[in-house]
Each structure stands twice: as structure tokens, then as C-alpha cells.
Design a protein around this ligand. Structure first.
Ligand code: KIV
Length: 275
């Protein structure tokens, strides 16, 4: 059954946790569909995981659309959320609406996500009013990495924690139907989850959130550059792939691959007539 805004809100009401993984391509999307993941986030983290940038700031709307289209071709039931990249919505409500429209029209995804609390509520309201579901993202917001002085846990003192609570209430009031809570103390995330009617999706925000999201390369241990504290490894995918690549290299060099079973036959008579 296709996941919808209604079914995701229903999962919160029923106390049924929501699973979300990032995804950026067709093959991985098909595997996630087979695994019955609830929601895919085509995250602007693709700037780091797929394009090799040091952060998400260089990602464009066209980059997002390129990957979003591939993901949407691979899924039927999963609810797909497209990240709005840096400066595609901060500049004006008009830009936010135009870019959200492109992300949905050109990919076939179901919702957009944007970072920020009270500061982007006008954008959230306008996009929602246009009939596009919005996921908000508060706490540690990677597009503000320069203002935050790095990828650090947010909301540890009273003023900053209260600001995150106020942001959560503001984005809900502006029309967001779900909110990502990134890198905030678990007790604060639990409090916000209780206060909100809409589902909270945590990443580094503890188990009390209504759902969890991870970057798929992180949870498969493919990321050799860093391992954030909140990441759990669900498989040694990096080691598996490295070993397979090395085995391919050896077998090609030893002439052990391809074997006869990997080749195609031709009649001896045909061969005999060739000059
Ligand atoms: O872009 C992304 O992958 C994200 C998640 C970390 C929530 O925004």
C-alpha cells in the first residue's frame, strides 16, 4: 500500500514507528522498497555521499532533481521526500514555491523538506497552501554549518533548547506534516515528540522520536571518512564491497574470470567458415 501523509500521521497516532533512509539512486531505492522502508529522503547529503563535496552547500536544485527522478523510478509504495538545497528557499517565498514545484513536478516525489524553524514558516505556509506536503528540519541543520561552527549537538542550554521547542511548534503551526530533529539531546526530542501532533523523525535525537532516519551509506558502513556518534552500523557493507572489488581484480589478473559458464557459444561450423 502506498504510504501517504495520512498513513504517516496515522502511524504516530497508533504508536507505530516510522522508518526513513536517505536514498539517491534507482537500484538502492528498489532494495529499500523490497525491505518495506516507510519513507525515503532524497537528502542534500548527496552532495557528500554521491558527489564528494565537504558539505551540502554546493548542491543545486538540478542535482536534486537528477537523483530524485532515479529514486522515484525505483519505488511504488514508499513515500519520497525531496530535500530543498541551500539557497533554493531562503531567498524568498516565491523562490521556495517555484523550487518546491520543480522538485515535485520533475521527479514525481511526494513531499519536500527544508531546514529551519520560525525563520522559514512563511515558506512552509506557502508551499503547503500550494498542495505540496512539507517536512521541516530543526536542531542541527547542516546547511547552517558555517553559522553553527560545525556539525555539533544543538539545544544544550535553556535558551537554545527552548528555541528548538518554539521552532517545532512554529513549523507545525505553519503546516509542516512531519519534522526531522537532528542532533539534539534525547530528552529534549522526547519532550518535543510529546508536544507535537505531527511525527518527529530523529537522527541523533534518541529513541523516543516517532521515527528514525539515517544516511544509508552510514548505516551500511560505506563511509570511510567519518562515523558520527549517532550512527549504528547495520552491516559491514564497505568491507564486503572492498573484498569483492579486490577479488574481481585478482580473478581478472589470474584469468580465473570469466569462466566458460559466463561466455556465449557459437557452432563449430560457423567458426570453420570464418577467415
Ligand atoms: O540530507 C540529509 O541526508 C538529511 C538527513 C541527515 C536528515 O537531511
Amino acid at each position: 500500500m502506498k504510504k501517504t501523509v495520512g498513513s504517516l500521521l496515522g502511524q504516530k497516532e497508533a504508536g507505530k514507528k516510522i522508518s526513513m533512509l536517505t536514498c539517491y539512486d534507482y537500484t538502492t531505492a528498489k532494495l529499500m522498497e523490497a525491505a518495506e522502508i516507510d519513507t525515503i529522503l532524497v537528502g542534500d547529503s548527496l552532495g557528500m555521499t554521491m558527489l564528494g563535496y565537504p558539505d551540502t552547500l554546493s548542491v543545486t536544485v538540478d542535482d536534486m532533481i537528477h537523483h530524485g527522478k532515479a529514486v522515484c523510478r525505483g519505488v511504488k509504495d514508499i513515500f519520497v521526500v525531496m530535500d530543498m538545497p541551500f539557497m533554493s528557499y531562503q531567498t524568498s517565498v516565491y523562490d521556495a514555491l517555484a523550487n518546491a514545484g520543480r522538485l515535485i513536478k520533475e521527479t514525481g516525489a511526494n513531499a519536500v523538506k527544508l531546514e529551519g524553524g520560525a525563520a522559514v514558516c512563511d515558506q512552509i505556509r506557502a508551499i503547503t497552501d500550494a498542495g505540496i506536503p512539507v517536512v521541516a528540519h530543526i536542531g542541527m541543520t547542516p546547511q547552517s554549518v558555517n553559522a553553527m561552527g560545525g556539525f555539533k549537538c544543538q539545544g544544550k542550554d535553556v535558551a537554545k533548547a527552548q528555541q528548538i521547542i518554539d521552532d517545532a511548534l512554529a513549523v507545525q503551526e505553519a503546516g509542516a506534516f512531519m519534522v526531522v530533529l537532528e542532533c539534539i539531546p534525547s530528552a529534549l526530542a522526547a519532550m518535543i515528540t510529546k508536544k507535537l501532533m505531527i511525527p518527529t523523525i530523529g537522527i541523533g535525537a534518541g529513541v523516543e522520536c516517532d521515527g528514525q532516519v539515517l544516511v544509508w551509506q552510514d548505516m551500511m558502513s560505506l563511509n570511510m571518512d567519518m562515523k558520527p556518534k549517532f550512527v549504528k552500523s547495520f552491516a559491514e557493507g564497505g568491507e564486503l564491497m572492498r573484498n569483492a572489488f579486490a577479488e574481481f581484480d585478482s580473478q581478472v589478473k589470474e584469468g580465473a574470470f570469466p569462466g566458460p559458464e559466463h561466455g556465449f557459444k557459437i557452432d563449430d561450423e560457423v567458426m570453420a567458415k570464418l577467415k
